[in-house]
Design a protein around this ligand. Structure first.
Ligand SMILES: *Cc1c(COP(=O)(O)O)cnc(C)c1O
Length: 378
C-alpha cells in the first residue's frame, strides 16, 4: 500500500509493519481469529445462547481462562455484559461492603474511584492519587474492606505489580482492573481476589463483555452482600452473574462473536506456552519500543520510573520541535493507525499498544516508520 498524506510523506513499503494496528482498545484482532469465525458462521453465530452450541464455547472460554491464569481450586471465572465499566458498578453494588480504598493515577482508576464515591450506600472512598506517569501505593487501614487499582493504567502507560498490601484487614478484598494488563503482564492468582477485564485489549477480541476471576473470599462477599438485602439492579447483580457463569451462561444475551474471538485468543496463548509466553511477547515489544526511544534524539519514554513502565501500553513523549499529532496523522494516512495519545492527557506524545497479539517485529518496524516520518518532516 502506498498512500500519500496531506503532508505528502509516503512511507516506503519495506519500512511498514505487516499489521498497522497499534490501538489501545479496540486493539488488533488477529486475522486467524476472524477467519476461524467464518468456519462456524453457519452453526454458531445466530443460534441460542441457552443451547449447547453456544454454552460449549462459553465453557471453552472459561476453561481457557482458568488454565491461562492457573486459578487455584475454589476460584471462579465469571462473565457478564457491559465491559469493565459495567463491572465497576457491579463491584459498587456487589463487592464493596462499606469502605473502599482506590488507587487513582489516570483516567480509568479515577473512574472506578468516582463510581464508588458517589454511591449513596457506601462510605467515603479513600482515594490515593498520583500524577499521570507515576503510581501511588495502598495505605492499608482498619475498616477498609475493599482495595482497588488498575493493573495497567491505559491512559498513561503505567503498570503496577498487583498484590495484596500487608496490614490490610484479614477479610479485605483486592480488586485489580486488568482490562489492558491481562495476558500481557505477569500476575499471580494468589495476589488478588478479583482480576477483571474486557476482551478488546489483551484478548484481541471485541468489546461488550467483562470477565472476572474471583477468589473464594470474593464469591463469599458477593453472596453475603446480596443476602443483606441491599438494593442491587438485576443487570448488575454479581450473584446472578456467578450463578449463570457456572452453568456456562450469561444473565442476558452476550455477543457470540466476542466470546468466540476471545476463546480463540486464549487458546492461542495456551497453545504457545500460556501466560509466560504471552507476557514475554509483550515484554519483547516493549524492549523494542523503549530501547528505541531511549536512544532517540527526539523521543523519550513518558514514564520515567522504569519499574512502572508498561509492557502493554507505551507512551512516548516528543521534543517540542516535533508535532506528535502530525506524526500520528501521517502514520494513519500510511495505514499505521491509532498511535494518538489518550486525549485527556494532553501531551505531545504517541501511545502505542503492545498487547500479545501485536508482533514485536511490527513494533520495531513502527519505530523505523516514526524515524522516517520525523526525518521527512524536518
Ligand atoms: C479500556 C479500559 C476500561 C474500559 O473498558 P470498557 O470495556 O470500555 O468498559 C476500563 N479499565 C481499563 C484499565 C481500560 O483500559
Amino acid at each position: 500500500m502506498t498512500t500519500t498524506t496531506e503532508t505528502g510523506i509516503k512511507i516506503p513499503i519495506d519500512l511498514l509493519p505487516n499489521d498497522g494496528r497499534f490501538g489501545s482498545g479496540p486493539s488488533k484482532v488477529r486475522p486467524e481469529q476472524v477467519a476461524s469465525l467464518d468456519l462456524v458462521s453457519g452453526t454458531y453465530l445466530g443460534t441460542s445462547h441457552r443451547q449447547k452450541t453456544v454454552k460449549s464455547q462459553v465453557g471453552r472460554l472459561r476453561e481457557g481462562l482458568r488454565a491461562l491464569f492457573e486459578l487455584p481450586d475454589g476460584y471462579e471465572v465469571v462473565l457478564g455484559l457491559g465491559g469493565a465499566t459495567a463491572f465497576w458498578e457491579v463491584a459498587v453494588f456487589g463487592l464493596i461492603r462499606e469502605r473502599a480504598q482506590m488507587l487513582s493515577f489516570g483516567e480509568f482508576g479515577s473512574k472506578f474511584a468516582k463510581a464508588a464515591s458517589i454511591a449513596p450506600h457506601l462510605g467515603d472512598v479513600d482515594i490515593r492519587k498520583s500524577d499521570p506517569g507515576s503510581a501511588p501505593v495502598f495505605a492499608p487501614a482498619t475498616g477498609i474492606d475493599t482495595y482497588g487499582s488498575p493493573h495497567n493504567e491505559t491512559s498513561t502507560g503505567v503498570a503496577i505489580n498487583p498484590r495484596r498490601a500487608p496490614g490490610a484487614d484479614a477479610d479485605a478484598l483486592f480488586l485489580f482492573d486488568a482490562t489492558s494488563g491481562a495476558a500481557g503482564l505477569p500476575v499471580d492468582a494468589g495476589s488478588y481476589d478479583v482480576y477483571y477485564f474486557s476482551p478488546q485489549k489483551g484478548f484481541a477480541s471485541d468489546g461488550g463483555l467483562w470477565a472476572a476471576l474471583m477468589s473464594p473470599a470474593a464469591l463469599e462477599r458477593a453472596r453475603s452482600i446480596k443476602e443483606s438485602g441491599r438494593y442491587i439492579p438485576a443487570f448488575l447483580d454479581l450473584v446472578t452473574a456467578i450463578d449463570n457463569s457456572v452453568k456456562d451462561q450469561t444473565y442476558n444475551t452476550p455477543a457470540l462473536a466476542t466470546i468466540w474471538l476471545m476463546a480463540e485468543q486464549t487458546d492461542w496463548f495456551l497453545a504457545n506456552g500460556g501466560l509466560s509466553w504471552s507476557t514475554a511477547r509483550s515484554a519483547r515489544s516493549a524492549r523494542n519500543l523503549y530501547d528505541w526511544a531511549e536512544a532517540s534524539s527526539y523521543a523519550t519514554p513518558f514514564v520515567e520510573d522504569e519499574a512502572l513502565r508498561s509492557n502493554v501500553i507505551g507512551t512516548i513523549d516528543f521534543d517540542d520541535s516535533i508535532d506528535a499529532a502530525q506524526v500520528a496523522k501521517t502514520l494513519r494516512a500510511n495505514g499505521v493507525v491509532d498511535t494518538e495519545p489518550y486525549r485527556k492527557l494532553g501531551r505531545n506524545q504517541l501511545r502505542i499498544a503492545m498487547f500479545p497479539a501485536i508482533d514485536p517485529d511490527d513494533v520495531r518496524a513502527l519505530t523505523r516508520c516514526i524515524d522516517f516520518v520525523v526525518d521527512q518532516m524536518r
